[in-house]
Unconditional design. Sequence first.
Length: 229
Amino acid sequence: MKLPDFTNVQVASRQTARDITRGVVLILIRRRQPISRADLARVSGLQRSTVSQIIEQLIREDWVIDGPTGRLPRGRRPTFIRLNERKAILAADLRPTQTTVGVADVNGKFLSQEIMPTTSDPQATISELAARIRRLMDVHQHLEFEGVGISLPGRFDEKTQRVVFAPNLGWPEFNLKDPIEEATGLRVDLENAANACVLAEVWFGPGDKVRDLVTFPRLRPRMTKMHKD
């Protein structure tokens, strides 16, 4: 029997477990907000002490804020928590003929959107994209921007973060991440358009209630076919 090769296997650490738990708590807060710490512990199955530690960390980082105080027949009145809507991201949907640039809050609600042309010159398009993003940051100075997310019709190298295959754009291999980061001072994350479409359905649409999704990347983002159990 051939033994498995563990050369490139990454072993999960305690930090990995903490990150996963933190992500679960954030998702539950977004879906059920406002929610008390006690209810959050109940629906997550986590210990109250664990939930309290995560919440305090999220409050220090401004991801979560305290909301109204609830009323109970007896006992301590619970304080409800919710996501901090001042947290926001900048997003760009790069398409062959046009690019949509927008600002979304932490709940996935778009606060501003605008459209710019996608030209045959990658450098010119990237420069214009950076200028549009900076302008949106100036317009929404009251928000705390956490980063820039860019979906594109092609593939990018995970290590170099360079776009390596985007036939619909007609561009050669190019560096999209670094110029935007230098222009904005924010972290930039790239994602394939089809993957971004599925993630949007799972996080903000009815996709969390289905088992399988088939996406049509050439169509508009919310156009997916879903299959329930």
